[in-house]
Write a protein that binds this ligand. Structure first.
Ligand SMILES: NC(=O)c1ccc[n+]([C@@H]2O[C@H](COP(=O)([O-])OP(=O)(O)OC[C@H]3O[C@@H](n4cnc5c(N)ncnc54)[C@H](O)[C@@H]3O)[C@@H](O)[C@H]2O)c1
Ligand SMILES: [Zn+2]
Ligand SMILES: [Zn+2]
Length: 370
């Protein structure tokens, strides 16, 4: 029997997100129906809207940073039962691709997805779910392996943030480009993701963490999350500022630079900030035509002479079944700051307002609480 609910939908290109009645079919084999308790609003949801759905068919249920309770389990699901608190992972490894086959599920080529089970109530139109999740919704159906059980003591309005912002940032520093103890780190963009790169770099034992942003409020928050230095990119060239702060008589630069803005120029800056043999990591979500221009031959900052590496981070190269409980444990021990990430709690009909706040800047995460 299908369930009735409400979701924030993008109904067509260029239109705002609107709350609509939906019906949710029962979960099929290896699927679970989740009653969503909370969902963070990530910049990627706004990007999907700005890119007119980015290839997904309308209507689209937004949201991919969610937590809730298992309401129904499909056939074959034995590791979860009704009432279990879970965080929804958008990259649960498939077990079939070449990476999974060689035992490297963190680099899985694809992710497990449910069959389409959500319909707009008014006309029965089949809905797409952003990143296989669709958490701006009272209910969603996901693959059972994408529902990661949380400890009973974990508050779900904080746990939801683990699903994207936290694991992407922390995972970038632990999995994608692991920060070596005692190294120097720069983080360009200190939003929901960048602040978690800072937390991750601190956990990994970086000796210097330089936060770069254009918003003084974000730079203040960056210090709260563990930055040792801040650079306002509006005050001049951030590459020169970072090189100066790290000057060690060997031209300065950081061993690890992370870009968390979605702005191509910031990727170029991350590469130019590196010390010899350093690694830059790009996290921001690109548009199809975005490109970067990397100099090879400059003696100080060129990719060739500086022996620079550039890596790409997808959701912190996470193995959710391992990483999500580990992050919940760090939070419960007071070693991961999630409380300060929730700058606003909102209701389902305030998604557009949350997008506006994100663009104007003074929020880490708006969290929809159901
Ligand atoms: N790769 C992934 O798996 C993944 C996961 C989550 C988010 N993302 C992407 O990561 C990016 C960041 O997401 P978020 O939720 O943290 O966004 P956000 O809007 O919360 O943060 C972006 C930050 O960048 C800062 N910024 C803007 N212009 C800047 C500049 N020129 N120099 C320095 N800082 C600047 C903003 O002030 C803001 O603090 C987005 O592009 C998002 O789509 C990617
Ligand atoms: Zn996200
Ligand atoms: Zn795989």
């Amino acid at each position: 029997m299908s369930t009735l609910g409400k979701a924030s939908l993008l109904e067509q290109a260029g239109s705002p997100a609107v709350v609509r009645d939906i019906t949710i079919d029962d979960p099929g084999r290896d699927e679970v129906l989740i009653k969503v308790a909370a969902s963070g609003v990530c910049h990627t949801d706004l990007t999907v809207k700005m890119l007119n759905g980015n290839g997904m068919s309308f209507p689209i249920v937004l949201g991919h940073e969610g937590a809730g309770y298992v309401e129904k389990v499909g056939e074959g699901v034995t590791h979860l039962k009704q009432g279990d608190p879970v965080v929804i992972a958008y990259r649960a490894p498939c077990g079939q691709c070449p990476a999974c086959q060689k035992g490297d599920p963190r680099r899985c080529y694809m992710a497990l997805r449910p069959q389409p089970r959500i319909k707009r109530a008014s006309d029965g139109a089949q809905c797409s779910q952003v990143l296989r999740c669709g958490t701006f919704s009272t209910h969603t159906v996901v693959h059972a392996k994408a529902a990661i059980k949380m400890p009973e003591s974990m508050p779900l309005d904080k746990a939801c943030l683990i699903a994207c912002g936290v694991i992407t940032g922390v995972g970038a520093t632990l999995n994608t480009s692991p920060v070596e103890r005692g190294s120097r780190v720069a983080v360009i963009g200190c939003g929901g993701v960048g602040l978690n790169v800072i937390q991750g770099a601190k956990i990994a034992g970086a000796k210097q963490i330089i936060a770069v942003d254009v918003n003084p409020t974000k730079l203040q928050w960056a210090k709260d999350f563990g930055a040792t230095h801040t650079v306002n990119a509006k005050d001049g060239d951030p590459v020169a500022a970072v090189r100066k702060l790290t000057d060690d008589g060997w031209d300065g630069g950081v061993e690890f630079a992370y870009e968390a803005t979605g702005i191509p120029t910031c990727i170029e800056q991350a590469v130019k900030m590196l010390s010899y043999g350093g690694t830059a990591t790009t996290i921001g979500f690109p548009a199809q035509t975005d490109a970067v221009n990397l100099n090879l031959g400059d003696m100080a900052t060129g990719v060739y002479w500086n022996k620079a590496a550039l890596r790409v981070c997808h959701c912190g190269d996470t193995l959710p079944s391992h990483d999500f409980p580990m992050l919940a444990d760090l939070y419960l021990k007071g070693q991961l700051n999630l409380d300060q990430m929730v700058t606003r709690k909102i209701s389902l009909d305030e998604v557009e307002d949350a997008f506006h706040e994100m663009e104007t800047g003074n929020v880490i995460r708006s969290v929809i609480v159901f």
